[in-house]
Design a protein around this ligand. Structure first.
Ligand SMILES: NC(=O)c1ccc[n+]([C@@H]2O[C@H](COP(=O)([O-])OP(=O)(O)OC[C@H]3O[C@@H](n4cnc5c(N)ncnc54)[C@H](OP(=O)(O)O)[C@@H]3O)[C@@H](O)[C@H]2O)c1
Length: 277
């Protein structure tokens, strides 16, 4: 069992979750089922990944009790209008084949459209109806979170953001933590790019007898974020989960954080201007 952290809403999440982007169809369901067998309990899907069905199938087939798993999905930007958002959440539940989802997130704020507060009101209603157990957001900046608070008085349980050593997100992490919002890290491995060959990471990896991927995940956990690594193979799924056992020193955390840079986003997706539908 992984250690857990708790949001201001009482939602309890493991310190590492499982990313499912690109795990679709039968093969995807098989990969998610293997992840559950390996010990992952937090499963991150989205309408946009076209795999809520695969994730739901894996959960239904698993011998792990439903109440021990946390299935999380996301509302796409094209459905921020209230009635569309409600129908989209209902469709997510239908597609998953589950009675409810544990967590539902707004995928992007899309601030130029300016309807994310309306979408948030729909998520609040869905939570009140029991369609979803808790609610949150992704890619929200402080100004977007303040707008939710001012206009609804309800703060998200979770803010899922791009976070890896090239983009450490110190300010957003502190902003979320001060409000009891759990920060989840997307693309925590930098999508397996050159990040994992950085000498600073290799040095920490060899000191701990760990892999570079494990060190990057342990770094996220040490900073208070919940990484959501995606991995198809058994070997990498288990390798990534075992990162929870690695305790880095403050100096090691600082050395990895020093790889951060202002333009460190992987694909220039700055939520202040980038929109996704
Ligand atoms: N909210 C958002 O806007 C948003 C955006 C992007 C992603 N996400 C979520 O975050 C999850 C993770 O992000 P991501 O999938 O973009 O990237 P990621 O988890 O950083 O990287 C995944 C890639 O790294 C490889 N990999 C896995 N474990 C590894 C290891 N130990 N060593 C080396 N390479 C390894 C995987 O390959 P194999 O699978 O072949 O092993 C895959 O190619 C997504 O799946 C999704 O659930 C959310």
């Amino acid at each position: 069992m992984l250690p857990t952290v708790t949001a201001h809403t009482g939602l309890e999440l493991p310190v590492i979750g499982f990313g499912t982007y690109r795990l679709t169809g039968d093969e995807g369901a098989d990969a998610v089922a293997r992840a559950i067998d390996a010990g992952y309990t937090l499963l991150d899907t989205a309408v946009g990944y076209e795999n809520e069905g695969a994730v739901g199938a894996a959960v239904r087939r698993s011998s792990v009790p439903r109440e021990s798993l946390i299935v999380s999905s996301k509302l796409p930007g094209r459905h921020h209008a209230y009635a569309e958002a409600i129908a989209t959440i209902e469709e997510s539940v239908f597609r998953s084949g589950l009675d409810y989802l544990d967590l539902y997130l707004i995928h992007w704020p899309n601030p130029k459209e300016g309807r994310y507060v309306e979408a948030w009101e729909a998520l609040i209603a869905a939570r009140d109806r029991g369609l979803v157990r808790d609610i949150g957001v992704c890619n929200f900046l402080p100004e977007h979170l303040d707008a939710l608070d001012e206009r609804t008085g309800v703060l998200p349980a979770v803010n899922q953001i791009e976070l890896h050593p090239y983009f450490p997100q110190a300010e957003q992490l502190a902003f979320d933590a001060a409000r009891g919002i759990l920060t989840q890290a997307w693309s925590p491995l930098g999508r397996g790019n050159d990040l994992l060959s950085q000498p600073a990471i290799a040095a920490v990896a060899s000191a701990h007898g760990a892999t570079p991927g494990q060190v990057v995940l342990a770094w996220a956990v040490a900073r208070g974020a919940i990484p959501l690594p995606k991995a198809a193979s058994d070997e990498r799924q288990r390798e990534n989960l075992a990162a929870a056992d690695i305790a880095l020193t403050d100096a090691e955390v600082a050395a990895i954080t020093a790889l951060g840079r202002a333009d460190g986003r992987l694909a220039r997706q700055d939520p202040a201007v980038y929109q996704e539908f």
